[in-house]
Design a protein around this ligand. Sequence first.
Ligand code: APR
Length: 173
Amino acid sequence: MPIAVIAADITTLAADAIVNAANEALLGGGGVDGAIHRAAGPALLAACRALPEVAPGVRCPTGEARITPGFALPARWVIHTVGPVWHGGGRDEAALLADCHRNALRLARGHGLRRIAFPAISCGVYGYPAPLAAGVALGTLREVLERDPAFDIVLCCYSEPMRAVFQAALTSA
Ligand code: APR
C-alpha cells in the first residue's frame, strides 16, 4: 500500500502537493498553516485571497479543498483543506475529516498529481483526538487508494509521538 508515515516538517517535502490544514478564511493562521505560508512566501497569501468567497469570510467550507501553487515551497502545489473542530464527536467530525482527505485527493487527481503529503489535519488547534483522527485519515486514504493505486501518499507528522499514533493506525487496519 503506497502510504508512508513520517515525522518531518511538511514544508521541506518536495511532493507534487502538500496539504494544508487551514481555516475557512484561507488567509493563514498558526500551526502547519502558518509554517506553509511562511515557507511559500507572500504570493501564497495573495493566491488564497484571490479565491472566491462562498460566504462572507469563507473561501473553503469545512471538509472541502482548494488548490494553489506552492510558490517558494519545494512542493509544486498546496491543497488547502479545512478540518473539523472537535466538539466531542457528535457533530459529524469523522465524516468531515474523511471529506477533507477525499476532496484533497480529488483535486490532486484532477491536476494529475500523484505524490501527496498530508499533515495530521485537525490534530492541533482543532483538538481532534489523534488516535481517532488517524483512524479516519488512514481509513479514507485506503479507500481512495483501492480505486486509485497510483497515488503515493505521505502522512507527515510533526513529532515522533504523533508519528507513532499514525503508524499504529496504519499497521492495525
Ligand atoms: N509540518 C507538519 N506538521 C505540522 C507542522 C509542520 N511544519 N506544524 C504543525 N504541524 C502539525 C501539528 O503538530 C498538528 O499535529 O500539524 C497538525 C495539525 O495542527 P494545526 O496546524 O493546529 O491544524 P488544525 O488542528 O487542523 O487546526 C487548524 O489552526 O493554524 C490554524 O489556520 C489554522 O485555524 C486553523 C487551525
